[in-house]
Design a protein around this ligand. Structure first.
Ligand SMILES: C[S@@+](CC[C@H](N)C(=O)[O-])C[C@H]1O[C@@H](n2cnc3c(N)ncnc32)[C@H](O)[C@@H]1O
Length: 243
């Protein structure tokens, strides 16, 4: 196996300017121009090796995707995944995905308010010690920042194997005054839906028989209006029936 040193990894990232963004703050307010279109931008914060965001980009060419991680090696691994996902399609490089090196602690430096439409948080680090709770990517201080970056259709989709992180996150979301929907304590209870795109961690934890928890958070005004029109239909009631 060919092992790359730190320098080799950085060189590999620098050679992939079509796909990898090493200084994402340079594109603040300019992401639509970089993609060359006004399609919605969906991001994953903490993409790891990038399987989810790569598959999503290939399956949904009408969207734009940006995957973020704070480690060079993971961004490099994700670049391999993205190219592999698009391998066979007649494109020089994956057209609707970028992979960016950034710490989410400073994500306001990367986007203008309203520049993104959906944030995926997949298997975020649980930071189990109470003294590290502020580092959890669903902490209210992060939710507050996300709410400014999302547009009027903005949503956050979160999944995790960690019961304690999930419980913390549901409370953090509720205490931030945000609307939750489609909460699941066992996402794959009825088997795996073919359209569902798995992350590396999801595959690993499911292999161990663990339940995956998931919640959607509606942030933008239009997303909330649409939700309110239909929110009781799955209970067999009309939304205007009960106030
Ligand atoms: C447990 S892994 C999950 C990876 C992937 N989303 C999955 O589901 O397979 C969490 C990832 O989040 C990244 N991460 C954690 N905190 C971060 C932060 N503040 N900024 C950027 N990336 C972060 C880690 O480097 C790691 O790759």
């Amino acid at each position: 196996m060919r092992l790359r040193g730190r320098k080799g990894i950085r060189e590999s990232l620098e050679e992939q300017q079509d796909l990898v963004i090493l200084q994402p703050a340079q594109y603040k307010g300019q992401w639509a121009r970089l993609f060359g279109n006004d399609r919605p931008i969906h991001v994953e914060f903490g993409m790891g090796k990038g399987q989810f965001i790569s598959q999503m980009s290939f399956r949904n060419p009408e969207m734009n995707y940006i995957g973020f991680d704070m480690y060079d090696e993971l961004v490099r691994r994700a670049s391999e995944k993205a190219r592999a996902a698009w391998n066979g399609a007649e494109v020089d490089s994956p057209p609707n995905i970028k992979l960016a090196l950034a710490n989410i602690e400073r994500i306001e430096e990367v986007f203008e308010p309203g520049e993104i439409e959906r944030i995926y948080l997949n298997f975020s680090d649980p930071w189990p010690k109470k003294k590290h709770a502020r580092r959890r990517l669903t902490h209210p201080r992060f939710l507050q920042v996300y709410s400014t970056l999302l547009n009027s259709r903005g949503e956050i989709h979160f999944k995790t194997d960690s019961e304690t992180l999930f419980e913390f996150s549901l409370n953090a979301i509720a205490d931030s005054g945000m609307q939750m929907t489609n909460i699941s304590l066992n996402l794959h209870r009825d088997g795996i839906n073919e359209e569902h795109v798995m992350t590396e961690y999801e595959q690993k934890f499911m292999g161990k028989g663990m339940n995956i928890h998931r919640v959607e958070v509606l942030v933008g005004k239009e997303a909330l209006e649409e939700y309110n029109k239909h929110r009781l239909e799955k209970y067999g009631s009309r939304s205007d029936e009960l106030q």
